[in-house]
Design a protein around this ligand. Sequence first.
Ligand SMILES: *Cc1c(COP(=O)(O)O)cnc(C)c1O
Length: 468
Amino acid sequence: MNTGNKKFSELGYKIIDLIQRDLQQSAVPESKTLNWSPPAEELEFWTRDFNAGEAIAAEDLFQQLLDHSIHLNNPGYMGHQVPPTAALTILTSALVAYLNNGMAVYEMGMAGNAMEQVVIRYFAECWGMPPTTTGIITSGGSLGNLTCLLAARTRYLARHPEAAYQQLAVMVSAEAHYSIERAFMVMGLPLEQIIRVETDAAYRLQLSDLPGKLQQARDNNLLVFALIGCACSTSTGSFDDLQALADFARAHDIWFHVDAAHGGATVFSEKYGHLLQGIGQADSVIMDFHKMMQVPSLSTLVLFQTPAHHRGTFQQHASYLWQDQDHELWYQSGKQTFECTKSMSVFHVYALLRLYGAEFFRQHIDRLYDTAAAFSDLLTAAADFELRCPPQSNIVCFRFIQPGSPPDSLNQFIVRELVRQGYFYVVSVQINGGFYIRTSIMNPRTSLDDFQGLIRSIRDIAGKFTNP
Ligand SMILES: *Cc1c(COP(=O)(O)O)cnc(C)c1O
């Protein structure tokens, strides 16, 4: 099929209809979020399909995929931090796929490279970072965190050329995302040199522990090259005190990195924006557009307060890409990031901001965070539920309590059964060694009615629990 023929546009309309029908179906009360099937069955289904040999119409294949996938648009979807995407981005995705601009060199992404600069400046200003701020858009928060830690390392080693590489260390809250560990593994550094600072009752990094931990690290000849703030943490959605961390990092001449993968967009909210106080002083920040900004995965913003360090990290010569080897020009994005060919993912967020403005995101953040607060009130009022901590964002962790049932196995049973029933999708997390149900409210259509339904389902399921 080519895009010039009639079949292409006919199929295009059919696909849009399929998506629209699916969306409407998601809004029907008691519709399923997912039709869970065990991995072996799922694999068998697609193996059989692939080898069937008989022709299948494209729309039937697409429908089959819809039937076998989790529906983030269903209000019962309240699991991981992946959002239902803004409808507009279904269409921007088509254009991005059609253009397939590779971005690494200027001509392969003229508009995309320029749009990235516009978006970088926009967020630098929103967060109160200085006009020198530069950045890139990359594929995912994990890669973003690695990119920033590499830049921090580059600066440290440039200032301390005599440093023993294997002694490098970072400080971070005990609640940090596992991608920090992964970055450390990639960098060939021992995981024990991720110095984990305990958290307070609200799961924010315990500031009073910082000086002692740093002193202890230095006594052990460790070279702390970065301090990482969580905005917010993954398990409980807690925001570290970024201002205090920035002050501490500056006083001790340590690179300050903020992992705002989830919470960076909180800046749009007048009500909750204060949670990011201090982010503007970071040496580097990351934010996933594909979390709170309703953009399809993956699209991650990476900002640096001073340009030199990250560019130093990725400086390489490649005569088949760039004629000018020596100048670090903003529009040659391949010189600034891990990726060579990369997606023009910036177009999604650019289009949303250009067409709907910041107000769209202000409402979105307020709605999700407010819904989480209202849900936590419901849980607090229910004697048989235990809220882990009052939510600071749209992440709520709790567990069900039933006399005579061990809480861990009871709640494991509840999560498993909920997923099998398919009406609600929730996930779980270990906090202080205990098993908790974890919900992220990512769907603006999720309402208190849905949480009432969830509470009823949990009580029903718990009634069927038998002690192991
Ligand atoms: C989601 C998340 C990441 C990882 O981002 P990916 O885009 O999934 O790679 C890192 N840190 C935090 C705090 C996150 O919430």
